[in-house]
Ligand binder design. Structure first.
Ligand code: F3S
Length: 62
């Protein structure tokens, strides 16, 4: 799985709270990907992508 955060994060922090192994809040108050997810984190990342209020988390299987 490849994860990225597209432009438009409003810094709600949901992804960081839900999966701190992959997402972290950057200095500009927007989230960033700090590590690509291991298999056991896939569900957390999918939840984060589904629940991000602005839908900027892109998670590609494979
Ligand atoms: Fe930003 Fe969405 Fe995460 S708004 S902080 S990428 S849940």
């Amino acid at each position: 799985m490849q994860v990225k955060i597209n432009e438009g994060c409003i810094g709600c922090g949901l992804c960081v709270a839900g999966c701190p192994a992959v997402f972290s809040m950057g200095e500009e108050g927007t989230a960033q990907v700090i590590a690509q997810p291991t298999a056991e984190k896939f569900d957390e990342v999918k939840d984060a992508a589904a629940n991000c209020p602005v839908g900027v988390i892109e998670a590609e299987e494979g």
